[in-house]
Write a protein that binds this ligand. Structure first.
Ligand code: 2XP
Ligand code: FE2
Length: 306
């Protein structure tokens, strides 16, 4: 029996990935340059950056809808990945030179634990793999220094060919596998669900000359806005039960990106904590609704002396 200290999840973040956020920020890694924009969301991520600075986790784990795998759940398992990631829908906004260190020991343990849950799992071992923009935008916004190793998990879309319950069960099993893997490897881990809430967006950029024209940025519809506020309020109250009840309707009426399973995975990994999620910001991006929210598990354990 190993004497290694049991690992734990110190926090979880709803951490959406519109490429516009990186574009608005003008980091050296991104080729296209902007005049700014989407500050409400970009500045909301500052809370995350300072929290990570304080917590100094060993690893950040991210589940992204834009790494789509049809057969099984895949986990990045190459120690170092470098390359150029281009957003296929917004190539004029996002052409980003990435470099990341992957925690392969943890990735391997997630692979094994996922298999023991009966899931189809695969380790992604191609050293030339081009990491998707969802993973990169979330990780950049959370930690632009890239000095914390990462684990990225794909979105297995096959469950959605069946029904919401299959998807829910699979993503929960993946969450449980992830938690056990973190505990076994002794990591202090931060999780990220890289998803937008309501996801209907304008078919064209409202101002093609100036994509960051904030006079043209607004929610796609009032119905979509009201859904987002309802969901945020539930999460702020720590009412995950009500959130889960309305999830199928939320997904079908707003095309919510949580359908990729990222938030379901994260909440299950965190054992569906009844603590209120901290709200850091909301903003629309080409009409979609995005919130940055935090589950401070370490803080709540401290407050309860456990
Ligand atoms: O990342 C996506 O899914 C997009 N449609 C990018 C634009 C806005 C997202 O909120
Ligand atoms: Fe997306």
């Amino acid at each position: 029996m190993s004497s290694k200290k049991l690992g734990s999840i110190v926090g979880g973040w709803l951490a959406p990935h519109p490429p516009h956020l990186v574009y608005g920020e003008n980091p050296p890694q991104n080729e296209p340059k902007s005049r700014g924009g989407w500050e409400n969301l970009r500045w909301a991520y500052e809370a995350c950056r300072s929290k990570l600075n304080e917590q100094k986790p060993d690893v950040i784990l991210v589940h992204s809808p834009h790494w789509q795998t049809v057969v099984g759940h895949h986990v990045l398992s190459v120690p170092r990945l470098d390359g150029l990631s281009v957003d296929p829908i917004f190539p004029h906004l996002f052409r980003y030179k990435f470099g990341m260190n992957v925690d392969c020991e943890l990735a391997n343990e997630i692979f094994l634990e996922g298999k023991s849950e009966g899931l189809t799992m695969k380790k992604m071992e191609n050293p030339d793999f081009r990491v998707d923009y969802g993973t990169i935008v979330t990780l950049h916004m959370m930690n632009p220094n890239w000095d914390i190793p990462v684990v990225a998990i794909s979105a297995n879309n096959s469950p959605y060919f069946y029904d919401d319950h299959v998807a829910q069960n699979e993503m929960e099993a993946l969450g449980h596998a992830t938690r056990r893997a973190i505990e076994k490897t002794g990591r202090r881990a931060v999780l990220a669900a890289s998803v937008t809430l309501s996801h209907l967006h304008f078919p064209k950029e409202p101002n093609q000359e100036l994509p960051e024209d904030m006079t043209r940025e607004h929610i796609f519809s009032q119905a979509q806005y009201e859904w987002d506020m309802k969901v945020i309020e539930m999460l702020k109250r720590g009412d995950i039960e009500s959130y889960e009840k309305c999830l199928p309707q939320f997904m079908s009426e707003t095309f919510a990106e949580v359908k990729a399973g990222s938030l379901t995975w994260m909440l299950a990994a965190m054992n569906k904590p009844k603590i209120p999620a901290k709200f850091h910001g909301y903003g629309t991006v080409i009409g979609t609704g995005n919130a940055v929210m935090e589950w401070d598990l370490a803080g709540s354990r401290e407050a309860n002396h456990v």
